[in-house]
Design a binder for this molecule. Structure first.
Ligand SMILES: NC(=O)c1ccc[n+]([C@@H]2O[C@H](COP(=O)([O-])OP(=O)(O)OC[C@H]3O[C@@H](n4cnc5c(N)ncnc54)[C@H](OP(=O)(O)O)[C@@H]3O)[C@@H](O)[C@H]2O)c1
Length: 164
């Protein structure tokens, strides 16, 4: 693949921080505002100490979120949102399957499907080591296949779902 980028290659898209300088036309944020962003490709490089970004990509960080929490949201959240938007039709009331519900993207997809797209039921999968986190992080109704192997008809349980 031909790469047009020159070295040093700047990496990182998500970040949160404090505004140190604004251009004369900027109206949505000011110096000392706490903000977070998913940098556009032209501004990529959030692993730097400072980044420059057009104001349209910047949002004020909610006071309830730490910088680390805010910086963990944009790219994974946007990926989940874009995936759900690709569904042609209305998800309201429907059953939505999101694989890997405690992955970076899956955690957002489950919550967006339920609360923004108004899915009737959201079903997901997690590995056994994460089963104990399910009720706290996602919702209710778990089928633990290590205890209820699907190959044993006598052990079949109700489908897992997240309804929180
Ligand atoms: N994160 C982003 O911002 C972003 C943006 C664009 C595209 N993507 C792409 O989206 C995909 C997911 O990214 P992510 O950040 O959500 O990944 P992640 O946080 O690393 O999670 C990966 C998930 O895959 C599950 N998994 C692994 N092997 C599995 C298997 N054999 N069967 C079922 N589940 C399995 C794991 O589930 P358990 O932990 O429960 O085992 C884990 O939750 C990747 O292809 C990534 O490149 C991510």
């Amino acid at each position: 693949m031909a790469m047009k980028d020159a070295f040093p290659y700047k990496i990182g898209y998500d970040c949160a921080g404090i505004v140190t300088e604004v251009g004369s036309d900027v109206s949505r944020c000011k110096v000392s505002d706490e903000v977070y962003t998913r940098l556009p490709e032209v501004s990529r490089g959030s692993l730097s100490e400072f980044v420059v970004c057009a104001e349209q990509y910047v949002a004020i960080k909610p006071p309830s979120l730490s910088f680390e929490e805010a910086a963990s949201i944009p790219l994974a959240g946007m990926t989940a949102l874009q995936a759900l938007r690709r569904y042609k039709g209305d998800l309201a009331g429907k059953t939505v399957f999101v694989p890997a519900g405690l992955s970076g993207t899956g955690l957002f997809a489950c919550q967006l499907a339920k609360h923004v797209f108004k899915a009737g039921k959201v079903i997901t999968t997690v590995s056994t080591s994460k089963v104990s986190k399910l009720s706290e992080l996602l919702g209710e109704g778990t089928v633990d296949e290590s205890k209820h192997p699907p190959s044993n008809p006598g052990n079949q349980a109700k489908p897992a779902n997240t309804t929180k």
